[in-house]
Design a protein. Sequence first.
Length: 185
Amino acid sequence: MSSTEDFRVITFNDILRTGGIDPDVAQVKLLRHIETRNRIDVHDVWRNQRELFESWQARQRDDFFNGVDYVASFVVSRPGDTVFVGLYAVGGWTKVVAGTPDPITGMPADSRTAQHQLTHVPAFDTYADRLVVRWFRAGKAPGWWQWAHRNPKPVLEIATQQEAPFPGWLAFQHPVDMLDTLPGG
């Protein structure tokens, strides 16, 4: 390869294809979850209460997953990275009784709320909490969901998103403007 040749960026769609899912054939909906309105850190919920996260994620409008084969879930980490947390196959859904509180936010369900059957696909677990993508293009906010075939997300890194162990008070260093991002902050 000469120094003038361009290199190819790996995208999340490449990862899907490697796992046997072609986003040009299967309808893959990408979801990007962030902190909720009542300031619940969704990444922490995913890490510590996976069933609660999955139940919350599966609760959408009754038509939200129409025609969708798979859901690729991403969460925003404390540093602001968009981190892949799992792939789910989409099944049927059941109606949620209006007024039933949301499992995380407590917001009451409306008449269009449904609990969708999202089945975890373990073949992609090696990337969970490790694969970071660029969600935004050219500074534009594209929304919290997108279609994979129209939005090949560049992979920025594949590394652990786990926080480093606390080094002890004498070795602790952290920028002052980031203190509110620390646990308990």
